[in-house]
Design a protein around this ligand. Structure first.
Ligand SMILES: [Ca+2]
Ligand SMILES: [Ca+2]
Ligand SMILES: [Ca+2]
Length: 136
């Protein structure tokens, strides 16, 4: 599923009793990484570099360099940045958070332009409180 990181995306998640995913642990990130690998048939081999990555709920749009989960405003407690990110190169332009499927970096995080069209991940709480996700 494709969508702008926008109210449209958030409304899609809400319509499915979920919200844009916040990733608070390596276990949760591993869970999503496994799904992304499965969906894309990824091994560690090269994939098409022009393909889309996956938006999650993080942003530093309000204060540059201070990453928070947009839904709650809480700071990120766990991060999994691709080495060299968040970008120092024009950082003000890249204020939204995505999980990438770049070669050798599948499951790591990158900051990117919020208006880019990409996939996104909604998250829904299971009654047991475990990690859950809809990856579109
Ligand atoms: Ca979560
Ligand atoms: Ca930024
Ligand atoms: Ca970046």
């Amino acid at each position: 599923m494709h969508g702008y990181l926008s109210e449209l995306t958030k409304n899609f998640c809400r319509a499915h009793n979920s919200r844009l995913a916040s990733v608070e642990s390596s276990a949760e990130n591993d869970f999503l990484t496994d799904i992304i690998r499965l969906k894309n048939g990824l091994t560690n081999r090269r994939y098409r570099s022009n393909d889309n990555d996956y938006w999650i709920d993080g942003t530093d749009e309000i204060i540059e360099g201070e990453w928070v989960w947009a839904e709650t405003g809480k700071p990120l407690t766990y991060t999994n940045w691709v080495p060299g990110t968040p970008d120092l190169h024009k950082p003000r332009d890249e204020n939204c958070l995505e999980i990438v499927k770049w070669t050798d970096h599948v499951g790591q995080w990158n900051d990117d332009h919020c208006i880019d069209t990409s996939h996104f991940i909604c998250e829904m709480e299971y009654p047991a409180g475990g990690p859950g996700g809809i990856v579109g």
